[in-house]
Design a protein around this ligand. Sequence first.
Ligand code: ATP
Ligand code: MG
Length: 402
Amino acid sequence: MEQFQRIILVHYHEIGLKGHNRASFEKRLQKNLEALLALYPVVTIHRVSGRLVVFLKEGTSFEEACAVTDAILFTPGVARVSCGFKCERDMAVIGQAALSALADAGDFQTFKVHGRRNHTDFPVGSMDINRQIGEVLCEAHPDKQVRMKDPDVTVNVEVVQNAAYVYARSLRGIGGLPVGSSGKAVCLLSSGIDSPVALWRIARRGATCVAVMFSGRPQTSDAAEYLVDEICQVLAKNGCVGRLYIVPFGDYQREISLLAPPSLRIILYRRLMFRVAEAIAVREGAGALVTGESLGQVASQTMDNIACTNAVVDLPVFRPLIGTDKLEIIAEAQKLGTFDISSQDAPDCCTLFMPRSPETHAKIPVVEEAEKAFPVEEWVKELMEAAEPHDYACPSYKPPKD
Ligand code: ATP
Ligand code: MG
């Protein structure tokens, strides 16, 4: 069989992408994919009539093309990915390319051909493309049936200005919006199961994410920091996180645990975390905070206690998991590839100086009174200065100018 140049078509949803929005969305996705695919056998990526076309190097194998496809499928903003070939605008050649495309589509019983021409300078109309290419495929596959409604495989033939694109293998992407199209968010990221999923969901909606992790160091080891770094590496595979700040928090928790009423400790830790995260957000020029909270999951996540921590910040706090059950979060973490990392045990500040019976219905004035014992403003400054930045590959992330 003749070897054609392999291409991958990247489709995105067009809903809500009109006018100016659409052009910047496309450019963002193109830049993200260019960076993401730097190590793959890609020649170039072009925008062609409402899709991106990834041109693969000559001689790229089916397996290599599948690896590129997999990388693209999990990129935010990608609705669908199709793999196929670019060939000459000649019906005999298109027929050969259609056979190759169908061979890559996997098992099937029924199929149809869907022809289109973007330029009427091509003499064959779409109905004739369907009929003629259909005949070629029927001849090669006498045991398969043509079916117009819901076939197992659709062989697409698109005639564009200087070439034809022929593809049959098509897979659904994860959708969402390209990272970098919805602003910047600061995510409170622990080594637990929930917060990596929360970050992922916000990145999938197009936010460039900066993570902040509060470590129990120096009161605990730095083991949890390594887990969070591993989690960020997984998230960075699809360009979802640009930077992680690790904040050594153990000494401050110790101070709080020594002086504050035990039942209020957790709320006081969390109010301090939120203040530091907001200060980092201001420095980063981020527009929101993100947490992995889920209503009622643990003592700190009751409505009253959420109100107590929320009260210390002005930025909107996004909680993408607030209405999600633990089992659903676990399933998502498994798909994302962070679950096994999060399941490893490491002492972190979540397990440090925990009270036996935490308050579940804290009242803001009572918490504020208890907090008066601490130089909160000074602490926020100290913690900001102590925050250690770690960078990841994220094409839309720009570090703050200090
Ligand atoms: P997770 O599984 O994300 O750790 P959790 O079920 O342990 O969540 P909490 O400990 O109440 O619940 O934390 C709620 C949210 O607060 C987390 O999802 C995360 O966004 C943030 N958070 C908690 N601990 C830390 C930490 N050590 N560093 C950064 N953020 C944290
Ligand atoms: Mg946790």
